[in-house]
Design a protein around this ligand. Structure first.
Ligand SMILES: [Zn+2]
Length: 91
């Protein structure tokens, strides 16, 4: 598309960022920016890596906007959702 997508620090891939309105947030998620819960009913963003929509993560909006302040390199937030027993898919 336009090549201006932000980079998801968790996957290193360009990612599409979608806004989730409070009324759309019906589940609880773990924000990878701060490792804290995203409560249902909280407006936030979903970061969907290009080509890896299964690795999408829900972030508090401020956490996403400040993601570059996080330490680069190894985050301790290994994506929990990946450990749900899904096999390592083909690339
Ligand atoms: Zn957060």
């Amino acid at each position: 598309m336009d090549g201006s997508l932000p980079v998801d620090p968790l996957t290193g891939s360009p990612a599409e960022v979608r806004t989730v309105q409070p009324y759309q947030a019906t589940k609880r998620y773990l924000c990878p920016g701060c490792n804290q819960d995203l409560e249902p009913g909280t407006g936030h963003v979903v970061v969907v890596p290009r080509g890896a929509p299964d690795l999408r993560r829900h972030w508090h909006r401020p956490c996403w906007e400040h993601r570059q302040r996080r330490r680069p390199g190894r985050a301790r937030a290994q994506p929990v959702n990946r450990r749900r027993g899904q096999p390592p898919g083909p690339r």
